[in-house]
Design a binder for this molecule. Structure first.
Ligand SMILES: Cc1ncc(C[n+]2csc(CCOP(=O)(O)OP(=O)(O)O)c2C)c(N)n1
Ligand SMILES: [Mg+2]
Length: 555
């Protein structure tokens, strides 16, 4: 076995696993970072550990490889906080922190608290490396855990405030398991009896609907979902994680269903007599707090996690397997059926009614601008293969419902709930896909969280385009503040959700970005064109209507 330092081993292992970026705040594993000097790995130093975790998360979702982030002991809790979204969204982030050494435990070592347990709720595997001899197998295990089953974050705590355990020398053998470089590492096959039962149920239903979730995206099963739906005349709704499964202009597309949703999607799923959830947690968001589908509708579920089959809806058929191969088996076993003309027509009617309803807002020339108009302009501008990275709250609603993905290769990556995630995550996405146009959509409230990362983007030439729906406020909360005041806000209530009127384009410019401030809808297209052509990180600050609220979810 070759003798080397753990630092050298770590650098070689990262390279061998195909890691191209590590997101971190010094001082963690600095000798290992120095060992990477002549390797093709970018060491992206951020202005905060949470942003590093979000970048690694965006990188992982876009590249389908584990994203790596690191912090020394004092930044550990910050890093753990940043894993929450990755955990909820099933994204394989490997987080590495420094941790206690038995020589100095319980003695008030500078900057030390026991933070290992903070990683338990946000990881599927949380492990300590106390001895250098365990570095090789636990690093391999980290990649295995991250990329198998439903991908999720992993944490390795290395002994020493900044992981000094790996500065020692030992006999270390680098074994690279190719399988675990990317997810899904395995594509388990379903039981064929269940496949036949599912076909029977799908064929005999009168009004079936598919709900495609994040598992479809993870498995890259989008073509199979659409093929099955076309063969069986089944309208498709998606979760936000599943957006992009089907083109928004496809005759079977219902749109995003749930709380952040198109009315027509909720109506379509509510009218169904059978709902086929594919790679979906069937959580509160996609089901509008478990109100849709309606009680009485039959539910079929396909998932890679057995514990999720039937978790929220008793299943008439449960399919355990990888989405792509399982759907392929279904398609192979199908016999042609008569098209369900009436049901498909009904779904299309719901969609066109919704489109008519929102058209005045999407076409609005109002100043300050309506977010619906902003999303229409983005839809028209967005090139093939572009990735939209969306923040949560209103940003998730506006992009999920009002941006249409109609061109080949377009992708949508969404925040699972942590306000401020999208901007750093979009930088991670751009690191993973440097030749792909990446558009981040965020509110001003979300953008403020990690504004400092503009400097990171400039320093490393990470040329994402950030579109800020700038309403100078946390305006999604208007209704909640009204309700908190018993119906109508008074007194100083507005200071809890209205911000100073800051020209964020000037801030971005001062930090070295391309920037544009847009106040008229007609200026948007040109601003987007210039932002994508700028060859710099770009911020398009769009002054929008402080009173623009999204419609409540239909139920
Ligand atoms: C970490 C975190 N804290 C709080 C929230 C609650 N929250 C959701 S949306 C929102 C307001 C967002 O403001 P902004 O990004 O400006 O979007 P706007 O509603 O103004 O369009 C808040 C506070 C959250 N989702 N995540
Ligand atoms: Mg706002």
């Amino acid at each position: 076995m070759p003798k080397m330092t753990g630092s050298r081993f770590f650098a070689e292992a990262m390279q061998a696993y195909g890691v191209t970026h590590i997101f971190f705040v010094p001082t963690m594993l600095l000798p290992a970072m120095a060992e990477m000097e002549d390797m093709n790995i970018r060491r992206v130093v951020t202005h905060g550990e949470k942003a590093a975790a979000y970048m690694a998360d965006g990188y992982a979702r876009a590249s389908r490889k584990p994203g790596i982030c690191m912090a020394q002991n004092i930044g550990g809790a910050n890093l753990a906080a940043g894993l929450r979204d990755a955990y909820m969204a099933c994204s394989p982030v490997i987080a590495i922190t420094g941790g206690p050494d038995s020589d100095s435990m319980y003695r008030y070592l500078y900057q030390e608290v026991e933070d290992f347990s903070m990683f338990n709720p946000v990881t599927k595997f949380n492990a300590r490396i106390d001895k250098l001899s365990r570095l090789p197998d636990l690093l391999r295990q980290a990649f295995r855990e991250a990329t198998t089953g439903a991908p999720r974050p992993v944490h390795l705590e290395m002994r020493g405030s900044h992981g000094q355990v790996i500065e020692e020398e030992g006999n270390l053998e680098l074994i690279v398991e190719e399988q675990y470089k990317k997810y899904p590492a395995f594509r388990p096959e379903p039981e064929m009896d269940r496949v036949r039962e599912a076909i029977k149920a799908l064929t005999s239903a009168q009004k079936p609907v598919i709900v495609a979730g994040g598992g479809v995206t993870a498995s890259q099963a989008q073509p199979e979902v659409v093929e099955l739906a076309e063969k069986l005349s089944i309208p498709i709704a998606t979760s936000l994680n599943g957006k992009g499964t089907i083109s928004d202009n496809h005759p079977l597309a219902l749109g995003v269903v749930g709380t952040y949703s198109r009315r027509c999607a909720n109506q379509g799923v509510a009218e169904a007599d059978l709902v086929f959830f594919i790679g979906s947690h069937t959580g509160s968001q996609v089901t509008n707090n478990w109100k849709i589908p309606r009680p009485g509708a039959a539910v079929i579920q396909l998932d890679i996690s057995p514990a999720d089959l039937g978790r929220n809806y008793p299943n008439s058929v449960s399919l355990l397997g990888d989405a792509k191969v399982t759907l392929r088996r279904l398609i192979e076993q199908l016999k042609p059926i008569e098209p369900r003309t009436n049901w498909v027509r009904r779904a299309q009617q719901l969609v066109s009614e919704w489109r008519e309803e929102v058209a005045p807002l999407r076409n609005s020339d109002a100043v300050p601008m309506r977010p619906e108009r902003l999303c229409k302009e983005i839809t028209e501008f967005l090139p093939s293969n572009a990735v939209v990275v969306s923040d949560t709250g209103h940003s998730g609603i506006w992009t999920g419902t009002m941006i249409d993905l109609n061109k080949p290769g377009q992708r949508y990556i969404r925040c699972a709930g942590s306000l401020g995630w999208a901007f750093p995550a979009s930088l991670g996405v751009k690191c993973a896909l440097p030749d792909t146009p990446v558009l981040c959509f965020t509110g001003d409230g979300g953008f403020y969280y990690h504004l400092a990362e503009l400097e990171t983007a400039v320093r490393f030439g990470i040329n994402a385009v950030i579109v800020v729906n700038d309403n100078r406020s946390l305006n999604q909360e208007i209704r909640l503040f009204d309700a908190a005041y018993g119906g109508k806000q008074r007194g100083k209530a507005r200071e809890m959700w209205v911000f100073e009127d800051i020209n964020l384009a000037k801030v971005a410019e001062a930090m070295g970005c391309f920037s544009a401030r847009v106040e008229q809808p007609s200026e948007l297209k040109g601003a987007l064109e210039r932002a994508f052509a700028a060859n710099k990180p770009a911020v398009v600050d769009v002054a929008s209507d402080i009173n623009a609220l999204a419609a409540r979810a239909w139920s």
